[in-house]
Every structure is written in C-alpha cells, then in structure tokens.
Design a protein around this ligand. Structure first.
Ligand code: NIG
Ligand code: FE
Length: 421
C-alpha cells in the first residue's frame, strides 16, 4: 500500500462535517478548521482535525508530507447536474440569442436539443469519448471530483445506451467519478413529431422499452425528465418517472425552468432525489420543498447564459428549510460552463447566497442528491479523500474572484489529479 499522506499548512480547511444534508441556518457553517491537518490513507481520509492532534498520530510520523502553503482546502465539488456527453457546441445559437431570439423559439425552429441530437447521432463513440475526457480534465481543474451526467442527446435506444456506456467507461478512469442518469425524456425526437399520437408513442417507447433496457443494462442510477412546455407534460413525466422507479431508477426532475408546470410537486410526490432549475416556483412549491427530502438544485449558470433576469428564489428556499444544492448544468444549449467556482459566484451575486451557503450547496448537499453522502461531500474520517485546494487565504475569495480559476490542486480518492504548475 502506498504510504499515507499528511496534508498541513492550510489557512483554512472547510470540513463541512456533521450530519448532512444541510438546511436553513446549518447551511451557513462550513466547519472551518484554522490550524488543521488531514491524514489520507488508501484513498480515504484517515483523520482530520487540529494539526497538533493529527500530526501526533503514529501513522503521521511516517507519512509523506504535503504543505499547502497557506491555501484553502475544501471537499471536491459535487456537480450534480450535467449533460456531459454531447457532440458539439451550439455557438451558432449563441449569436441568435444575443440578437433576441429566445431559447424556446430556437427549439421550435429545430435548433436546441434536437440540433444536439442530430449531431450526436452522427458522431462515433470514440469521438464522443475523447471530447468528454477533455471536459472531465477541465472539471478536475476547477476542483470538481464527482459529477452526475445525463444522457438525452441520443433519444433512440442505440444512441442512449451508447451515451450511458460512455458514462460507465469514463467513470472507471481518473480523474472524476460519474453518477449516470437516463434522460430519454429530454424532448420528443424528430421522428416522432408531426404526426398524431407521436408524443404518446414516444412516451410508450420510453416506459415499455427504453427504461426496461436501460435498467437491465445497469448503466444508469437515475431517471430524469424535462417537464416543460415544448417537452413533456406533468402526466407524461409521471408515467416516465414511475416506470423508472419500477425499474429501480431513482427520479430526478428538470422542474419549473421556463414556466410553472407542477413538476416540483410531482417530483416530491415520487420521492425524487432532486428537482432542478426552479426559476418558476410558487410559494406552495417552496413550502413543499422545505418539508421534503428532495434537494432543490439551483442552476444559475442557465439564467446567466440565457440572459434571463429571473433566478430561482434561493433565499426563500433556504428560509423554508429546503435542501438547496448548486450545479453547473454543463450543456451546449443553456449553460456551457463546467466551472463550479463560477456557479458559486453567480449563486452569491444573483441568488444572494453567502459563500459558505454556496459551498455547502455545492458539496455536502449535492452529494446527498446523488445518494453518496456516506462517501463524498465533506472532509471526515472514513470518506473518500476527494478534495480541492484553492489559491486563496479565505474561502470567501473563491466566489469573490469571479471568472478566474484559482484552483491549485485537486485530489480524487487520494490521488492528485490536477496540480497547477
Ligand atoms: O438543463 N432543460 C433541458 N435541458 C437542458 C438544456 C439542454 C439543451 O438545450 O441542450 C437544461 O437546461
Ligand atoms: Fe439540464
């Protein structure tokens, strides 16, 4: 077994320790250690606490030493909403948006998600994998150590399984772990449009063929649906998510992004791990999230990129006691960023979350939304040694310096997967 590693010299270690997930006031306490140390053994955290105590352990004496020189150490970010596998950017739509054409108008004209579907179906698995691997390296550079990744640009059995298989293959590689989600219900594919009963036929296909095959393949843990006008109604979404649940796929929902559809209440009723977006929540939805175990995952990168002035009601959600999470929603159509530090900046300036709240949302609460809170999301003995070290003296400077990457080192299961030269 490789020797243990003793990490010292941090100006702050944000442990995020304690019983997760965090709600309300608990979101604001990152569990800061000022003179702390971390002992890493076999990819896990063996001890974390005051330096003197950790350094005096017998094992620490023989351990390799890493002095992080006054920087800040925190758990690696858990980005619990991404659309990792896609074939190309949609930079051409970016210019249309700037000229004032809305996301929904672009989609109605055959752009949007269908544009990405066309491109993905024409791309080899090898090319998709190469592209995704490049992105995963970037994720690690920004301090992210686990992502959730959704299919949804294939929308036929072969292409969807191809995407999910790539999640599985890439998860086995360093540097970033992947939790895989089936999003066959992203939109109705072109071949089912324009004829009567087309949507119903596709929903049948999802419930009767795609979901059983995906479950059988064991290539996904979760089933997601884009419940929105232009995509799937609450009724259709319920059918898809129930079919997923019956086959052991835990529900997640793209909810209330562009309008209020009732998708949040559907998600909660089905015990969804997460409802994501939430720009158009009603007061009753906020109260319901406050009383549920469903994480409210906010994606401010979308509103920023689309130039929308309506962001999710983060303060109301926190006040109601909801488990608030944050993610990039990395995708080519509404949020082409893989930077969690940028998302933290947006959460602070646009959602009015404090830096501490934003970091808890992006680590411990996000880990809970993936059902992995026992392994990742905080720096505690027994958890994976997944951590990020930032070139700052105070954790508040991570969101403060927006649009730059101050990540200095990223460690995944005890291995350095990124180190700035
Ligand atoms: O999370 N809302 C649906 N899915 C993505 C957008 C995907 C796309 O436009 O390609 C989202 O915003
Ligand atoms: Fe999304």
């Amino acid at each position: 077994m490789p020797p243990s590693l003793l990490i010292t010299g941090a100006s702050q270690i944000l442990t995020l320790r304690g019983p997760g997930p965090r709600r309300g006031k608990a979101l604001a306490d990152p569990g800061v250690l000022r003179d702390g140390a971390i002992l890493v053994r076999g990819g896990e955290i063996a001890a974390v606490g005051p330096s003197r105590k950790v350094a005096s352990l017998k094992e620490s004496k023989d351990a390799e030493k890493l002095d992080v020189g006054g920087r800040v150490v925190l758990p690696g970010f858990v980005d619990a909403h991404t659309h990792l596998i896609h074939a190309a950017s949609r930079a051409e739509e970016y210019e249309l948006k700037i000229q004032g054409v809305s996301y929904e108008e672009i989609a109605r004209k055959g752009g949007g998600i269908l544009n990405s579907v066309k491109k993905l179906r024409a791309t080899t698995a090898q090319d998709l994998k190469r592209r995704a691997r490049g992105f995963l390296e970037r994720f690690a550079e920004y301090g992210t150590t686990t992502i959730e990744a959704k299919s949804g640009y294939g929308l036929d059995i072969t292409s969807e399984l191809r995407i999910l298989a790539l999640h599985h293959e890439l998860d086995a590689e360093q540097p970033v772990q992947i939790a895989s989600t089936f999003l066959g219900a992203h939109v109705v594919p072109a071949e089912y449009r324009g004829k009567a009963g087309g949507t119903a036929a596709y929903v049948d296909l999802l419930a009767q063929r795609l979901i059983p095959e995906v479950a059988e393949s064991r290539l996904a843990e979760f089933c997601d649906v884009f419940c929105e006008r232009g995509a799937f109604t609450v009724r259709e979404s319920r059918r898809v998510l129930e079919a997923g649940k019956n086959h052991g796929l835990a529900p997640r929902v793209h909810a209330e992004q562009l309008s209020n559809t009732g998708s949040t209440r559907l998600g909660i009723a089905l015990g969804a791990k997460s409802c994501d977006h939430l720009e158009y929540l009603k007061p009753a939805d906020i109260r319901a999230l406050g009383q549920s175990k469903t994480v409210a995952t906010l994606l401010p990168g979308c509103d920023f990129y689309l130039g929308l002035d309506r962001y999710a009601p983060a303060r109301e959600l926190i006040a109601a006691g909801a488990i608030v999470g944050l993610a990039t929603d990395f995708n080519p159509g509404t949020s082409p960023t893989l930077s969690m530090p940028m998302v933290l900046s947006l959460a602070c300036s646009q959602l009015r979350m404090t830096p501490a709240e934003a970091i808890a949302a992006a680590t411990v609460n996000a880990a809970y939304s993936l059902g992995r809170e026992d392994r990742i999301g905080s720096l505690q003995a027994g958890k994976q040694a997944d951590l990020a070290v930032f070139e700052v003296a105070d954790y508040r400077e991570i969101p403060y310096y927006f649009g730059v990457n101050l990540c200095w080192m990223t460690m995944k299961r005890g291995e350095v997967v990124y180190l700035r030269d």
